[in-house]
Write a protein that binds this ligand. Structure first.
Ligand SMILES: [Fe+2]
Ligand SMILES: [Fe+2]
Length: 226
């Protein structure tokens, strides 16, 4: 059995996967993440809600952007100094760039799907919580993500694994707290780009499993460096 069982593209019993997630603790978060999660709870409340998770998704893509951008820069540096073919390092960097790009796309679909559902349900978003605060958080998290990856990629992979582990658990807890979502059908134009789910509950569980896959990808990258 593989060490990390990726879930993407597999037909799974989503409720069984929910139980599996919630039977395990999330990965320990460092002080930066703990401060971020505490800020979220203070600003958006401790309750797990779709608008709160939209902001989480706005932030989620920045570490992957740092990996993609860092990979491109390293590739440019490599070919500025490498006069012979250097296939192994090239392959590693191409993988990092592809992973960064694909993960950003996946986080983007999470954000757009959640935003669509919030708008369909006429949930009002206040500019302070959904424009001003996210703008500040994105500005800080973008700089922090790039800085951490530049200083030490291993730290970036390990911190992102903990972020994704937290996200996986939070989504599964939100599905558990809202059993009525299992009988609520879900429709969105974005299902042209994302696996269609039969209920809002299953969509939330599927997003959670994407976050689990993101955690696994981060751990695989971390292990390559060790
Ligand atoms: Fe996400
Ligand atoms: Fe994620």
């Amino acid at each position: 059995m593989a060490k990390y069982e990726f879930t993407i593209g597999k037909e799974l019993d989503l409720k069984k996967e929910q139980a599996a997630t919630l039977s395990q603790p999330s990965l320990p978060a460092n002080f930066i993440l703990r401060a971020m999660f505490a800020t979220f709870d203070i600003v958006y409340g401790a309750k797990r809600t779709l608008p709160k998770f939209m902001v989480l998704e706005m932030l989620a893509r920045y570490p992957y952007w740092a990996w993609e951008d860092g990979g491109y820069k390293a590739l440019s540096r490599l070919y500025a100094v490498c006069t012979r073919p250097c296939p192994n390092r090239t392959r590693e960097l191409l993988h990092l760039i592809d992973l960064g790009r694909a993960s950003q796309d996946n986080e983007q679909w999470h954000l757009l799907l959640l935003a669509d559902i919030v708008h369909q349900n006429n949930i009002k978003l206040h500019w302070f919580h959904h424009v001003l605060i996210p703008t500040v958080l994105v500005f800080i998290y973008n700089i922090l993500s790039r800085l951490i990856f530049w200083i030490n990629p291993a730290w970036s992979f390990s911190m992102n694994a903990a972020f994704e582990s937290h996200a996986e658990h939070q989504y599964m807890l939100m599905a558990q707290e809202n059993p009525m979502w299992d009988s609520e059908s879900v429709e969105s134009d974005y299902f042209a780009y994302y696996p269609r789910q039969k209920s809002l509950g299953d969509l939330i569980r599927r997003i959670s499993l994407d976050e689990r896959d993101h955690m696994y990808h981060s751990l695989v990258e971390l292990e390559k460096l060790r």
